[in-house]
Design a protein around this ligand. Structure first.
Ligand code: AMP
Ligand code: MG
Length: 423
């Protein structure tokens, strides 16, 4: 399609749907290399091959309480049960064990194998122990409220996973719980996808890099750093490229150089100013545009498309240069596509509901993302931070989420349940 800057400014939901469509296609079509890493280096990486159970989990009928293993029916009969031994976690189960006789109980600890014949474990706290006769009886209160049943406090062998079952699927981004599950399967190493490489091209004649002391009219290039951090957090491998001048020729050659990555991010020059050359440079290189703006604030001049390259089509985003706009548009649009490139099955961005602590007024028409603080706890309050707009990094740094204001709202009332963007 030929690029018309006004032709494809989409609502937030439309733009989200476009990115989701391309992400869904990428999840299946994109070929990814895999590599093997030690489990202790796998946190945050995306699993490229499933992890399977190397044996039944649990490997034996496991007691989940400290107490007595016995027959539920025996205990309910009201007759005292003789305590005839003890089993603790780590006691071997390979030894043949006599079946627990009727009228007997055996002391058992959490994590120990339940002996043959016993069908329940009753907690120490729920029985009366008579040391003279070395017997136990179920406490009368317990009999009335929660009588033991066959299976009480026992996790049967293989009930969590059977040997050879898939415990972790390819496409899982490994969080601490996944590392634990892999360790329980004996996976000392795991096969993970190589992270997608993402080129970052920041443009603007006012920009200087961190090594250069800025003159009064110059601005430090913070976007290359925020984007690199967001890419790393999202499981990608950032490549910060040299600064690009506000010059179409320079921008085109910089884009060509950056296109060997899996994804290209431009920052700055995406708007309609006289010195904004991102769209024109991309168009000159044969870009296909999926949208050239979204009705959001911050981040309206965000461009999404694809460029031809010798190694196949490459996706790009041209993000607005205002630092908070860059970060918000990354979270909303780049992050989901990057997850798809990485083979990560998680769907982002994540939103949550919270209670607004104070009234918020805006002019309607755009979906707004206002930097805000979300406090912890079961019922979280969200409070917008005072800020100077989408260039204000100092105050945005005090926020930990973005309050979402729908495009048809002029105000949100204190106490209202609202959506917040979490990442
Ligand atoms: P632009 O999107 O190029 O019109 O830039 C919008 C605003 O963001 C201007 O105030 C720029 O100085 C600022 N800006 C652009 N690029 C960056 C960057 N890489 N780091 C920090 N600020 C930037
Ligand atoms: Mg600029």
């Amino acid at each position: 399609m030929s690029h018309d800057r006004f032709s494809s400014v989409l609502s937030f939901l439309e733009a989200t749907a476009v990115v989701r469509e391309h992400s869904a296609a990428l999840r299946f079509a994109h070929t990814r290399k895999t590599e093997i890493v030690g489990l202790s280096h796998a946190l945050g990486r995306v699993l490229g091959r499933p992890v399977t159970a190397d044996r039944d989990q649990p490997p034996f009928d496991r007691s989940i309480r400290d107490g007595y293993a016995c027959h539920a029916a025996d205990l309910l009969s009201g007759q005292p049960l003789r305590v005839s031994g003890q089993i603790r976690a780590g006691d071997a189960i390979e030894l043949p064990r006599p079946k627990l006789p009727t009228g007997h109980a055996i002391e058992i600890m959490t994590g120990a194998p339940v002996p043959p014949g016993a069908d329940c474990v009753v907690m120490f706290e729920h029985v009366d122990y008579d040391s003279d006769t070395n017997t136990i009886c179920l406490h009368p209160n317990r009999l009335a409220s929660h009588p033991p049943k066959p299976g009480s406090n026992i996790v049967p062998a293989g009930s969590e996973a059977r040997k050879n079952d898939i415990v972790l699927y390819a496409g899982t981004r490994l969080l601490p719980a996944h590392i634990a599950a892999a360790a329980a399967c004996g996976a000392a190493t795991v096969q993970i996808y190589a992270p997608p490489r993402v080129s970052i091209l920041a443009s603007g004649d006012e920009l200087v890099d961190l090594e250069t002391p800025p003159l009064p009219h110059q601005i430090r290039n913070s976007n290359s750093y925020s984007l690199a951090a967001q890419i790393t957090t999202a499981g990608g491998q950032p490549q910060r490229m040299p600064l690009v001048r506000d010059d179409p020729g320079h921008m085109q050659s910089a884009i060509r150089m950056a296109l060997d990555a899996d994804l290209l991010l431009l920052s700055g020059g995406a708007s309609m100013g006289k010195y904004d050359f991102a769209a024109e440079s991309l168009q000159a290189l044969g870009a296909e545009f999926f949208f050239t703006g979204a009705l959001i604030q911050p981040g309206k001049p965000v461009i999404f498309g694809r460029l031809p390259h010798a190694t196949g089509m490459k996706y790009f985003f041209a993000l607005p240069g205002n630092p908070v706009s860059t970060m918000v548009t990354f979270s909303l649009f780049v992050h989901p596509l990057l997850c798809a490139l990485a083979g990560d099955d998680n769907r982002v961005p994540r939103f949550a509901l919270a209670r607004l602590s104070t009234e918020v007024r805006v002019s309607p028409g755009l979906t707004r993302f206002l930097p805000a603080t979300l406090d912890g706890g079961l019922e979280s309050d969200v409070t917008p931070v005072e800020w100077q707009g989408s260039g204000d990094l100092a105050n945005t740094a005090a926020a930990n989420c973005f309050l979402v204001v729908p495009p048809d709202r002029e105000s949100l009332a204190a106490g209202e349940t609202v959506s917040v963007l979490l990442n």
